[in-house]
Design a protein around this ligand. Structure first.
Ligand code: GLA
Length: 409
């Protein structure tokens, strides 16, 4: 399955062949790799991702009616047609069309948009790999619809709307992917905080590289991985409730805190862990411990990015992976194997990235050590396996890229 994105001229030629007229606009939105801060966003705690050079690109031509006609340049994604409305009937679970209907439905509800388009898509973000191909699609379509509907929004406000919109697909995701894909700055990662959404761009030191490696194991957002993801979110909510009750009982807060930031404000890091240990057990304790320690690591990592502390940042990535494996239970033997190979190759740190259950790892590597780490991952992992991921995206160096754009041709 090739992931190579078609060139603009191939995309435009295919558009003309399909619709009989040239496209007038291009909406593009990148995938992302999360450097640290996993499963924190839906708990309103910070993350530290960067946008990738891999992106969804949508060529389009506005229509005068509410119809959206959309095809993917790759034939295995069936063409899609629907009317923009609030309450668009979803396609079957897992169908790519739901990531197109999601922004149309949401923007129709909020702004009454009623102008559709004919479109053709191409993407080189590997699908179901933890690099956010789905939110890149939601953003590219949402940005186009917002322009056609003449909606006045800032990128971050639109990103928040897109995060709400994506709930249409049945995954109770957080807001990280839409925010970084919409608002990223080239050469930078971003510390993102939530409720309200805030973004602080942090330049990536010129001699740091982030290497991404794919397990080839797909973490489809529709089946078991979606159920496991949503279950984690419920467990976090349950843990918050129990800890909140204890804080009220202990007289630490006047009323039950309704969010993780509120808990951490009342009892910062160690205090929160101590309360958690005293009232939680089993999976709820493990989930709570991961979320609280991971949020702490994000704060430290953002500072280490600023001070260019490569070893320190790497250690935090290692700790993040350990916590995701043993407390959050979202790693797999393939992800652990890639992490170990990255470390053997000389990476300063490595961890699974995205939701887990398959997909990719990310490794921090000093520029001089990139070839060795890439070779360790390619030979050690892919050298002994049947093709399970597109060759061009099995192992690659991430380029910190700019967020989504909408341009007239
Ligand atoms: C998926 C979700 C994000 C985030 C990550 C885990 O990518 O879409 O909102 O929760 O998983 O950090």
């Amino acid at each position: 399955m090739p992931t190579e994105r078609s060139s603009d001229s191939a995309l435009f030629d295919a558009f003309i062949a399909r619709y009989g007229a040239p496209p007038t606009h291009v909406s593009r939105a990148p995938g992302r790799v999360n450097l640290i801060g996993e499963h924190t966003d839906y708990n309103d705690l910070p993350v530290l991702p960067m946008a990738l050079q891999r992106e969804v690109r949508l060529a389009l031509r506005p229509r005068q009616d509410r119809r959206v006609r959309l095809a993917n340049i790759r034939a295995e994604f069936r063409p899609l047609e629907f009317e923009i409305a609030s309450g668009i009937p979803p396609s079957e679970s897992g169908d790519w069309g739901n990531y197109v209907k999601a922004p149309a439905d949401h923007l129709a509800r909020h702004f009454g948009i009623d102008r559709g388009f004919d479109g053709l898509l191409t993407s080189d973000v590997p699908v179901a790999s933890g690099l956010s191909s789905s939110s890149a699609l939601v953003n590219a379509v949402g940005l186009a619809l917002a322009h056609l509907g003449e909606i006045e929004t800032e990128p971050l406000a639109l990103a928040s709307l897109m995060a709400e919109a994506e709930q249409y697909t049945g995954t109770r995701g957080g807001g990280m992917d839409q925010a970084i894909s919409m608002g990223a700055r080239a050469g930078h990662a971003a510390r993102i905080d939530f409720a309200p959404l805030r973004m602080r761009h942090v330049p990536i030191p010129s001699d740091w590289r982030f290497v991404v490696a794919d397990t080839g194991v797909r973490a489809e957002k529709s089946g078991a991985a979606q159920r496991a993801y949503n279950l984690r979110r419920t467990e976090c909510e349950q843990a918050l409730e129990v800890v909140g009750e204890e804080l009220v009982r202990a007289g630490k807060v006047p009323g039950r805190p309704s969010s993780y930031p509120a808990v951490l404000k009342a009892v910062p890091h160690d205090g929160a862990l101590a309360v958690g240990e005293s009232v939680l057990e089993g999976n709820l304790l493990k989930r709570f411990r991961h979320v609280v320690t991971e949020a702490h690591r994000v704060g430290l990592a953002a500072d280490m990015l600023v001070s260019a502390d490569l070893a320190g940042f790497g250690n935090l990535m290692d700790a993040s992976h350990g916590s995701l494996r043993t407390d959050y239970n979202v790693s797999s033997s393939e992800l652990d194997e890639l992490v170990a190979l990255a470390k053997e190759g000389g990476a300063a740190g490595a961890r699974l990235t995205g939701a887990g259950f398959g997909g990719c790892i990310v490794a921090l590597v000093p520029l001089v050590g990139v070839d060795e780490v890439v070779a360790s991952l390619r030979d050690g992992y892919w050298g002994t396996r049947d093709p399970g991921a597109p060759a061009d995206s099995r192992v690659f160096v991430a380029v910190p890229s700019a967020g989504a754009t909408y341009t007239s041709l």
